[in-house]
Design a binder for this molecule. Structure first.
Ligand code: ARG
Ligand code: ZN
Length: 875
């Protein structure tokens, strides 16, 4: 069954208000929902009401207080149809359901995690709680009364503001919550359990005093202090940058152990995977800190972009997600380092979104059809969606962009909107036509931007060509409106202010607006040929082909005044070097490593003019999957592995002693741990240099000593990762893994790291090792983080092991997916996307991957989630 955008039509009935009573008991929950409905004026007087359900048991049905007779309704687990409802005016339908939260392993709807009752309703989880018009364009106010045992659930939470609470007979108590802001059902949430609060306060710009609480499992609230700090910074930032204030008296966050995704923006009651809340220096790395900051901000920002203005239908998912990712990226850029944040976002985009956009799971940012909406919470909707918002900002300029956002908030507050509504605000604010730009939302695929330089008699000609190939989504291939930020750089490292003398593309400031498939720009540059720094800050999500002389790239890597440009020049050089080294390895010729590139890597590592975090990004060699993407087809993971090892050795030979000196100088010594960006940057550079230092050593002993001496998780994990990667079979590696386990055995989040470390180990018996870990007493498929740590760690973090030529890696993962699917289809489907690039590998691997996929796809008990991914992946 396929859902299509063109079939959208509003509901026959509106829902004005929802009153819920939820009784939580051991082993069961009873839900009584009073839904105030009204037939829309345009609906026929006899049309039945058809409500969504999912695995529901109906225990009672009343209309305006009277029982509904059997002839008047039909109920099945996934639908409730009621006939003969009033032709005009409001009426109240009371729907009673009985749930079993303890056996809900899908983690959608109401479930129990470590004893805590919690909900996840996006996208279609509310229909697992009660029968409802479970779609985002049905907005209602909610009042929720929770009843539970005081001992097992002293804390009772729902959306909105707290109203009354008190004791009930026996050991039970109740609490009532009221959410005055109309919202769609996917933003509904409740939580009940024995939780510890971390409390704080925030006063908004207009003087509203808001109580902030982060709830964690018992004894862990001290680990939420950084999250609380990030929340307050997010609240200040959204006021300053976008003029958006918080709109309730309380803002609650709850950290949950078993959660399918990162977090959820339920109105006034965000529910988080505890991975994105809990931190301390001893158990969390700097990237964990950065991840918490980003996700806290993301969910908070949804209060305006998602909750106050929501989506008309799920095809518009990027309306809230792309925009909110853009906002959280901007927040991190302002809070930390703009170039470092931009480089890591682009790095992530290329690693996740590009392969998706270029493979069988391709879909446009605003899709037009789906079988299972949960499979569209993708890098394309989120990360490419954010790039599109960023391009609007580049095209309009900061000021007009802000006016467009203001207009959007003003015009659509309280509504369920579309991408067309969003774009119209920017067209009006910028007095510009975005109809060609809108193609970015509709045409799937990564366009190629080819730049050709011609230099002749003091004239530099830039030829810009864009091209889009038709891919799996089968969408259009018209030229885009592509904003291309650029600079012409002198040999002294200065941006030259040169206007083109002739041009077929408009230029505004440092942005070229390419709107045709080909355009030429001619610059009068005189005797010295400038260096062309193109697509600065990755101003459009494209594959850049710029046949730039190696010498010019080396120069830009050293002196481009745009930090992103320096990073890109160096990355392109390193990528080319590793690509050809891998191809040489495949052909059995010895690989060689360009000394000039190696030297450039060394130089950027020690360039004191650059912040350490940026130097860390520059000196890190591309990972094996990244090199695979540069090769693109007939991939041989063994050759890539050898080539990357070779490059690391070359780097060690050239820079070894200098790297050791640098690492010592960057050490914070015995200073107490600080999570700030500058300290994290120093640790990142030390970690980035560690593999090259360690590979030069003949034994694993120094690394082991470094592991043992580490005083925080960042340093500890970089040491143990280097042990696992570079000395996989050594005694030191085994001892380190054992010590790590003994120390953190009872800490779920650290134990996940322990599983992932081993899943990514490049040993020859990788699949056998995986099976042993699968049988480990601490492994469970029931916890999504644990399943992702092991299965995802292997399938996405161990290119050689997963893509073993004998197919054992594929078969093992497929087998796990089949098992996981019975418990948790959403997580199984998400992990299955690791197969998305199977066609890019060499023939034996392709055949093995296809066989494993077909075998799994042929099972007849697969969920819609997993079978949708498998069908599309097989194409
Ligand atoms: N809206 C949540 C977030 O981005 C994610 C919800 C994911 N839901 C899902 N069914 N995959 O912040
Ligand atoms: Zn989101």
């Amino acid at each position: 069954h396929i859902i299509r955008l063109e079939d959208y039509r509003p509901t026959d009935f509106a829902i004005h208000h929802v009153e819920m009573l939820v009784r939580l008991m051991e082993g069961a929950a009873e839900v009584v929902t009073d839904i105030t409905l009204e037939r829309r004026p345009e609906t026929s007087e006899t049309a039945p009401l058809v409500l969504d359900g999912d695995e529901l048991v109906l225990t009672g049905l009343h209309l305006n207080g009277e029982p509904v007779t059997a002839e008047q309704f039909d109920a099945s687990p996934d639908q409730l149809t009621v006939r003969g409802l009033p032709a005009r005016g409001r009426f109240v339908l009371r729907v009673e359901t009985r749930l079993s939260p303890e056996t809900n392993t899908q983690l959608m709807g109401l479930y129990r995690s470590n004893g805590v009752w919690c909900t996840q309703c996006e996208a279609e989880g509310f229909r697992r709680i009660t029968y409802f018009l479970d779609r985002p364009d049905v907005l209602a106010t909610y009042r929720v009364r929770l009843e539970a045992d005081r001992a097992s659930a002293p804390v009772l939470l729902a959306n909105g503001n707290p109203m009354e609470s008190g004791e009930l007979d026996g050991s039970r108590h109740f609490a009532v919550w009221d959410d005055p802001h109309p919202k769609p059902s996917y933003l509904f949430a409740l939580v009940a359990g024995d939780l510890d609060p971390l409390e704080d306060r925030f006063t908004t710009a207009s003087g509203r005093n808001v109580k902030l609480v982060i709830f964690t499992e018992k004894g862990l609230s001290h680990r939420a202090t950084y999250a609380m700090d990030a929340l307050k910074r997010s609240m200040v930032w959204d006021e300053r940058r976008f003029g958006r204030e918080y709109d309730l008296d309380v803002f609650n966050i709850v950290a949950i152990s078993d959660f399918n995704m990162g977090a959820m923006e339920n109105k006034g009651l965000n529910v988080f995977n505890h991975k994105y809340v809990l931190l301390d220096p001893d158990t969390a790395t700097d990237s964990d800190y950065a991840g918490v900051e980003t996700v806290i901000a993301h969910e908070y920002f949804h209060n305006w972009t998602g909750n106050r203005i929501t989506c008309r239908d799920w095809f518009q998912l990027c309306l809230k997600e792309g925009l909110t990712v853009y906002r959280d990226q901007e927040f991190s850029a302002d809070e930390r380092s703009r170039p470092v944040k931009r480089i890591s976002s682009v790095h992530g985009l290329k690693a996740q979104q590009f392969p998706e956009d270029q493979g069988p799971l391709q879909h446009p940012v605003r899709p037009t059809r789906y079988r299972e909406i949960n499979n569209f919470y993708t890098a394309t909707v989120y990360e490419k969606g954010a790039e599109l918002v960023r391009m609007i900002e580049t095209i309009l300029g900061a000021e007009n962009f802000r006016s467009g956002m203001d207009l959007y908030f003003e015009r659509h507050d309280g509504e369920a909107a579309t991408i067309e509504d969003f774009l119209r605000c920017f067209e009006e604010a910028g007095d510009t036509d975005l109809s060609q730009f809108a193609l970015w939302y509709h045409q799937a695929g990564t366009p190629t931007l080819t730049i050709t330089e011609q230099y002749d008699g003091g004239q530099l000609t830039l030829i810009l060509e864009q091209d889009l190939a038709k891919g799996a989504a089968g969408t259009g291939t018209h030229p885009f409106h592509m904003p291309i930020r650029f600079g012409l750089v002198s040999r002294a490292g200065e941006d030259l202010a040169i206007e083109p003398v002739a041009g077929e593309a408009e230029i505004e400031g440092d942005v070229i607006h390419l709107t045709t498939s080909r355009a030429e720009l001619v610059f009068e540059v005189g005797g010295e040929r400038p260096l062309v720094s193109i697509l600065r800050d990755f101003s459009a999500p494209v594959t850049l082909r710029h046949d730039q002389p190696r010498e010019a790239r080396l120069a830009l890597a050293a002196l481009d005044p745009n930090p992103f440009g320096r990073w890109r020049a160096l990355t392109d050089l390193t990528g080319d070097m590793l690509r050809s080294a891998s191809l040489s390895e495949t052909e059995g010729r010895g690989a060689t490593y360009d000394p000039a590139v190696i030297e450039a890597l060394c130089r950027s590592a020690s360039d004191e003019a650059l912040e350490p975090a940026l130097r860390a990004l520059m000196v890190t060699l591309p990972g094996e999957p990244e090199i695979a993407r540069l090769i693109g087809s007939e991939i041989d993971p063994e050759a890539i592995h050898r080539a990357r090892r070779g490059a690391l050795r070359a780097l060690a030979e050239a820079g070894g002693p200098e790297f050791e000196r640098l690492r010592a100088s960057l050490s914070d010594g015995s200073a107490p741990f600080s999570a700030d960006a500058a300290s994290a940057g120093r640790r990142a550079l030390r970690a980035a240099l560690l593999p090259a230092v360690a590979i030069a050593q003949t034994s694993a002993a120094p690394l082991f000593a470094e592991f043992e001496q580490a005083s925080n998780m960042t340093d500890r994990l970089s040491a143990i990762s280097a042990l696992v990667q570079l000395f996989p079979g050594s005694d030191e590696t085994r001892s380190a893994l054992d010590a790590f386990y003994r120390r953190f055995e009872s800490d779920a989040l650290v134990l996940d790291k322990w599983f992932t470390l081993q899943a990514t180990a490049p040993s020859d018996g990788s699949v056998e090792a995986m099976e042993r870990l699968r049988q480990h007493p601490k492994f469970t498929l029931g916890n999504p983080n644990r399943a992702r740590a092991l299965i995802g760690g292997f399938a996405s973090g161990n290119q050689r092991g997963f893509n073993r030529a004998d197919g054992a890696g594929y078969r093992w993962v497929a087998e796990q997916l089949g098992e996981l699917d019975r418990l948790n289809p959403q997580t199984a489907a998400r992990l299955a996307t690791a197969f998305r690039s199977w066609r890019s590998f060499d023939a034996p691997r392709r055949a093995a991957a296809e066989a494993a996929l077909r075998d799994l796809a042929s099972r007849n008990d697969l969920s819609r989630d997993l079978s949708d991914i498998l069908t599309r992946t097989l194409g």
